[in-house]
Design a binder for this molecule. Structure first.
Ligand SMILES: Nc1ncnc2c1ncn2[C@@H]1O[C@H](COP(=O)(O)OP(=O)(O)OP(=O)(O)O)[C@@H](O)[C@H]1O
Length: 256
């Protein structure tokens, strides 16, 4: 289980303050909120890429930030929002790099490591690209490879920053479906950031609405995704249509 207890971080002119939530095994919590509200800052602070003001992140009760890099890499995987590859490693090599922390300093990856990486590429439907230089992938393909790289560690906690950002509709559904299935089957605690409230509603167990560096509301999608709450957070008129038990969140337009 992931516990975030009073996480605060400041860049100077922007800060996230007193972020608190728990994510149980098998659960997906989505951070949803406007551009610049602090979602990435929260994810980076959890993973330790940014240094929060105090001890505040615990995985299975362990103070995550006090662990060694190797121990952290075993426990948590992070998929960044964007990545600009510079060296033309093959896709398979990039996924194997996810296991670097599990190898000794002078140890090269072995057959079983490549096998594991290939399994993860198969899982996301990217095995046919295994020998392609990853500098030659599209933005969406790159995103999928980064997800495979995080999965190869078989982490207990998965942090995904806008995992659907560069993906077409089919791949959005596919990737979020994979995250949901893995969370349940592998008992992973997943935290992701999304921009689309409809996708958040469909794929999250709980949603934290973030505004100006603070969590404004936290709960199940049906509790959180209400017209007045979303209007307050996004500052635009919202209309929610209910149909066969599903909720469709739309901008309010004349005629709706
Ligand atoms: N390295 C940095 N130094 C200073 N300020 C930063 C830095 N990175 C981000 N910020 C600022 O912190 C605020 C929150 O940024 P963050 O990327 O966390 O927001 P976000 O909710 O993830 O946004 P988006 O949805 O647009 O990705 C923004 O005002 C941004 O300008």
């Amino acid at each position: 289980m992931l516990e975030v207890k009073g996480l605060s971080f400041s860049y100077g002119d922007f800060s996230v303050e007193d972020i608190c939530f728990e994510v149980k095994e098998g659960e997906i919590l989505t951070l949803l909120g406007p551009n610049g509200s602090g979602k990435t800052t929260i994810l980076k602070s959890i993973y330790g890429l940014l240094k929060p003001k105090k001890k505040c992140v615990f995985v299975d009760g362990k103070d995550f930030h006090s662990l060694s890099l190797k121990e952290r890499a075993k426990l948590a995987g992070y998929v960044p929002q964007s990545h600009h590859p510079s060296f033309p490693y093959t896709v398979l090599d990039v996924v194997v790099m996810g296991l670097a922390s599990q190898l000794g300093v002078f140890e090269s990856p072995r057959k079983e490591h490549y096998q594991k990486a290939l399994e993860k590429l198969k899982l996301i439907g990217m095995e046919r690209f295994k020998d392609k230089p990853y500098t030659q992938l599209s933005g969406g393909q790159l995103q999928l490879v980064l997800i495979a790289r995080a999965l190869v560690q078989e982490p207990k906690v998965l942090l995904l920053d806008e995992p659907t950002a560069h993906l077409d509709f089919k791949n959005q559904v596919k990737v979020l479906g994979i995250v949901k299935r893995l969370a349940k089957e592998e008992s992973i605690s997943a935290v992701m950031t999304l921009h689309d409230p409809n996708l958040a509603s469909l794929y999250s167990d709980r949603i934290a609405l973030v505004k100006e560096g603070r969590i404004r509301a936290l709960g199940k999608p049906t509790q959180i995704l209400r017209e007045e709450v979303l209007e307050e957070v996004y500052g635009v008129p919202i209309c929610i249509l209910e149909f066969n038990g599903f909720r469709l969140i739309l901008p309010k337009m004349e005629g709706i």
